[in-house]
Design a protein around this ligand. Sequence first.
Ligand code: G3H
Ligand code: 13P
Ligand code: NA
Ligand code: ZN
Length: 311
Amino acid sequence: PYVNTKDILEKANKEYYAVAAFNINNLEFLQAIVEGGIEKKSPLIIETSEGAMKYAGMGDPLRGASLFVKMVREFADSLDIPIALHLDHGKNFKYIISAIKAGYSSVMIDASDKPLEENLKATKDIVRIAHAAGVSVEAELGKLAGIEDNVASAESVLVNPDEAKYFVEETQVDFLAPAIGTSHGAFKFKGEAKLDFDRLKKVKELTKMPLVLHGASSVVQEMVEIAENYGADFGGSKGVPSDILKETVRLGINKVNTDTDLRMAFIAGLREFLQNNPKEFDPRKYMETAKSYVKKVVSDRLELLGSANKA
Ligand code: G3H
Ligand code: 13P
Ligand code: NA
Ligand code: ZN
């Protein structure tokens, strides 16, 4: 069924596991994610960025949002696993309202680049509107940036746990993304991967709410190797290692945002297939390997995070 993201995450919070939130831009990634979720009997959170809404709607975000709701609901309504649709990194009022109007299960209001008071105000406004429509809300505190890039200014970049407590009480958000040293994309750490576990632990103790890890892709080595064997150059790429990810779940992370790993799996499969099948031009065929690699990464992640068999 199609469910509120809050229901998925509150169960995860009570039972100490995490649910991956997978970014999509099109039908094929959605199909691969749904296949993984069915195989692992796992709840699923599908998310789209504002850019995805614009892309899918050919420039019209409301049209894009409506398309995503229709696609996701069509699968969710006919399946036993709970599936939610979330707006990732909502920064513009127009996009957030479009997602709510279209029927998203939850939205993120990301005003984390603004001063605290502005973030508070923007978040409160969205919470009021979203909750009235039965839509849950994620907010972010701190900035996504590697710890070692900001040694001198960690206090200004990473989440402040006392501020987090104040923020969630004031805004009534349903889940919170605390910055603890991850970053988006395929190049997260220059040296050793390192996150601020103490800070995460404090935020959990003080808020007790479902917490979200952004920039959580692991940059799966097997996929990097396949892609590079078929012509890609992903030199220097590095993600959050599996054991570190597991530790963040133990310390209270319940939603694990994952985009880069799916993109890399897809491109690995696409490159492999195209190189090996120079005569093929049917898109349903040439995306087969790509989709199967995305499904593999999805399944592995659901298992690792502990959401398998939690549907
Ligand atoms: O948080 C970023 C997500 O990976 C989505 O990125 O804006 O390229 O769609 P995007
Ligand atoms: P990755 O780039 O690590 O996949 O992070 C995705 C994300 O945080 C989406 O909000
Ligand atoms: Na999000
Ligand atoms: Zn993110």
